[in-house]
Design a protein around this ligand. Sequence first.
Ligand code: ACO
Length: 427
Amino acid sequence: MSKQSFTLTNNQTKQSYEYPILEGTRGPSVLDLRSFFKDSGLFTYDPGYTSTASCTSTVTFIDGAKGELRYRGVPIETLATEHSYMETCYLLLTGELPDKDTLQDFDLEIRHRAFLHEGLRHLFAAFPDNAHPMATLSAAVTALSTFYDDHKSCQDDAGYQEMARRIISKIPTIAAFSYRHSLGIPFIQPDIDLGFTKNFLTMMRAYPGGKMHLCATGHEEIKEVEVRALDTIFTLHADHEQNASTTVVRGVASTGAHPYVAISSGISALWGRAHGGANESVIAQLELIGSVDKVEAFIERAKDPDDDFRLMGFGHRVYKNFDPRAKILKGLQDELRVELNLNTELMAIARKIEEIALNDDYFISRNLYPNIDFYTGIILTALQIPKSMFTPIFVIGRTVGWITQWIEFKKDETSKIARPRQLYRGK
Ligand code: ACO
């Protein structure tokens, strides 16, 4: 019997089966159960995939116990503090950080591909004025596939890169148009003189034809600190290995559908408040709490097993010590408080929640710490971005991760259609 194996014994039949243990470069080893059903006639049962590795990947590594996150081997702290979101995109897509010239070419290509086919613009008119930007975004990305049908059959590196760069470029434009449609105000076309993040903020805020910007405190220019903060948020969201929405993207990829339809499905999966929708729910919850003196009562509700109220922005399936992205954002939040002179009631409520929950046995014993969504909600509010755009901003950051994982799935010769089985207990 090999040491690199695991033996399972059926206690009814006394029959034993030996399975190989696969070693990764880091992280827990994996028991290869691919032939288990053929061997034993039994299925494995793992709702929510809490013990299941669904694929082999070289993109992102997470050590949840240590609070470690790396894209292509590079620590998230390095990327967030020393590199831009554009560099991070290039790293995820190719496996290497770009040199200066390569970055310039990549950045220019992304700027030039940001325009939408005029036909796609008419789609927005079909939605009601108050349509949530996530719904419009998902529909528009599906519609985008009709303009680039050939991407369905791309299968070489050049084809993959063109398809991926196109969707990364166009997602901010679609998101900004979805937002402006929800307000009933004219769309602002991309500006190739502006970098990725500033261009997105401009498409959201600018008055048509002018330099003025829509913003709660008046008509201000976009500040560099805002661009830096949003760029960091994009980087922190860029990939997160086999999370719920990425699993959906790979699942759709497995059927052979168009890559942009897979991205659209990822957008829909992200919208839920147990996933990317949590950032919008965090602020809705802070508004519901309303004042610092009410925080304790809401914390008690979150702890009550008979109340399904949960503290939004707390807890994570993988991080059981701290979320490294949240740690970076907490630092950014403190910086912004000084630079943008923010001391709102909402921030005071958030600080009080953090303070109580981090010292409360209920949260400590269950390893419930603030996650990335707790701080993005607060920071995006500080940047005067409306709540309905929080999850679309998550989408903009995550698109590169989804498409990188889509390409990895396509290139993997062991990939199969996603088709789990069930424990039937019906009539
Ligand atoms: N508030 C109060 N209690 C919580 C919370 C919370 N936010 N999260 C988990 N718990 C409790 C559960 O009630 C459960 O308690 P019990 O053992 O007494 O029954 C225990 O902690 C474990 O919770 P599970 O739901 O089993 O944990 P799971 O890993 O399945 O869920 C999840 C993780 C979905 C993120 C959960 O913590 C949650 O709902 N958090 C709030 C929503 C949120 O912030 N989502 C964003 C996640 S990050 C992202 O997607 C980018």
